[in-house]
Design a protein around this ligand. Sequence first.
Ligand code: MTE
Ligand code: QUE
Ligand code: MOS
Length: 794
Amino acid sequence: MIRVHDLAPGPSHDSARTHVQGASEFVDDRPPVAGELHVGVIFSSEPHAKLVRVDVDAALAAEGVVAVFTAKDVAHNLWGTIIQDQPLLADDVVRFVGEPIAVVAAETREAMERGRQRVRVEYEPLPAILSVREAIAAKSFIAAERTIARGDVDAALANAKHALRGTVKIQGQDHFYLESHCSIAYPREGGQVEIHASSQHPTEVQHVVAHGLGVPAHSVVCVVKRMGGGFGGKESQGAPFAYFAALVATRTGRAARLVLTKDDDMVMTGKRNPFEIDYAVGFDDEGRIDALDARLFSDGGAYADLSTSIMERAMLHSDNAYFLRNARIVGQVCKTHVHPHTAFRGFGGPKGVAMIESVMEDIAHSLGIDPLDVRKRNAYSSDGRDVTHYGQKLENNLLPELFEALEARADYRRRRAEIAAFNARSKTHLRGISLTAVKFGISFTTRFLNQGNALVNVHQDGTIQLSTGATEMGQGVNTRIAMVVAECFGVALERVRVMPTSTEKNHNTSPTAASAGTDLNARAALVACERIRARMAQVALQLFELSPDRWPSRTAGLGTAPELDTSDARDVGDVSDVCFEGGAVFVRAAPERSISFAQLCRESFLSRVQLGDYGFYRTPGIHFDKLSGKGDPFFYFTQGVACSEVLIDRLTGELEVSRVELLMDLGRPINAALDVGQVTGAFVQGMGWCTTENLVYDDKGYLLSHSPSTYKIPSIQDTPRAFDVRLVENPGNTKNVRATKAVGEPPLLLSLSVWTAIKDALHHLAPRERALALALPMTHERILLAVDALSRRG
Ligand code: MTE
Ligand code: QUE
Ligand code: MOS
């Protein structure tokens, strides 16, 4: 039986203090420099139209307006993370409301707004596709349809004792980071430019800016100190805004600042992809699935962005925690005339998982079996039911134990009975309960992204500065990396500082995404640290042979010290005997001879021993054939389970999440406090997607819900009334850095237990309803309508 960790929380986030004090520096907190310009974007008000004329004369004549740029000013106008299909500035055609058409630069923000309003755009409207179904009808797609399949689905479906068909419609989600997209560009000598951006992907910013400007990569530096949240929304979509600032800076020779308002950010930028999934499932009397046939359609929006990769991850997570002997998962990204949708915490995972978890509920209710039993019977286990539909064998699979442990912890059976009795009695309220799981594959499914590099500088006073390609967005990646480095050198955490991410220190970096920021970058840093430590250990062993008055720091001025040597040829003893602990360095067998870490740094420097290094790491053993849909795309899986109970007011449709118990396997956490923060935050963010965050567009594809007054993210009142988050012990993930497991995205998918708990509650009104289609999000209004419709029927 697995055990719940009893972990010391660990040190707090390295920005905790400065965040609370308001002293943390974000991009727009940078003090303005002399001559700095304000940059604004003029965007399309049409979903699909020919650009007949873009008249900038009136804008240029406005007081304080310095310049206006359009597509003709762009050196190379196409960009895109995977497929280069998106103009930086629309040229002859606009393809979504919010698409950038022109960029205005002005002396003040007010002048910039005046200029923005005076750009006249004449459109000739073209027919627009605004939904997945319209796109399917028009065969408007991005890239080819893909299939991941195993077994004989048609035969298994035909022979199955029971079958259900249905459609799951899933809406998008706005990232709602507190800091909108923003960038400041500083022109530098000889056509160079330095950009400070709020981006999860500084390397892509560097590349998109260089390409758009028509300059080589070595003319552009992108620095990211931190973001005020990213959640996937700043993975690809920050790049054009950085480019606009860089265009202004290089063309005017003045610093340029672009900061979107919340409303413009929401209108212009893409969201979590909406999905529509048609499925057929065949199963036996016990509720065991024989076959799943699923067609996934996503709304990609007007350009490819990351949608094909997101679809791939949705297809790879359509099994979630459940073994599918026969499966055919088909995925197709639709091209519509809305903002290009993009990465959002979980990537494609939450959409595939919403489908299969909904299927689990329907199977259970159609057979009159408890949904938990259906899930447990279908869960991946060890007896030949441990290979995914894409052929990866699960190792270190804790799912069966997690189900058992949470069932007991949450007192599931007793509460299930109590809820049934309550629902039979109450005329005003309905309760529902659901226990769902997550199995989230860790690694980018695009192999080349699974690499990281790190630069580590050890200073003579024994403090350490390091940098990697990871970007800090609140998730605590810097704190985790610093802890791993501090542990390696045996020094206090305060001695280690993670410096701002910059493309001149770390090159060809991957986006901080796929939850792999710590896995890739802490590991790369560790590679560098271990090399430095080995050299320092050699120095220490030689120092221990000398009397301290002969140490370089005592004699260097006189030139009489022997220069210590770290060449492999020199046999000084086994460096693995040397301990770095508690700020000191010593040999375990003779701890009385000890040197402080700082002193050893100084002695090493005086002996011309290299105290900095550069580490590189690439995840071993992963491969995935995108054509056959087979392989081992994931290094390992992060797993967890959650049990949610909801209370519905039948008269108003109001929803309360009364109680959540949650167990996560995060291996051997580096920092349990940060991890529990990630789990809690991801769950609540996912609850918003499942319940209240309703994106509403008008008939032109213009987002109407573009501010906090109309788009409802969870507030403190919406969080679970009782919320018990626990990590379970699992020391077995030794192939990952420090035997830890990635945490950033997986717990978001557990919030689907709230959605299925609503479904469970509604099933009490319609016990004979076999497949109860449920919208996502299930807003209070939709709950009320469903209660109304079902009570009438029942
Ligand atoms: N946590 C905070 N506070 N802010 C964020 O923007 N982004 C999430 C997650 N947790 C995010 C967050 C997403 S989408 C990912 S992929 C991971 O953090 C990325 O960071 P990591 O790889 O270091 O976990
Ligand atoms: C998870 C992710 C990403 C992913 C695959 C995942 C991601 C991402 C890409 C990607 C794919 C192809 C490219 C590229 C990036 O794939 O965030 O530059 O050419 O950016 O499974 O989070
Ligand atoms: Mo996270 S969606 O991989 O940025």
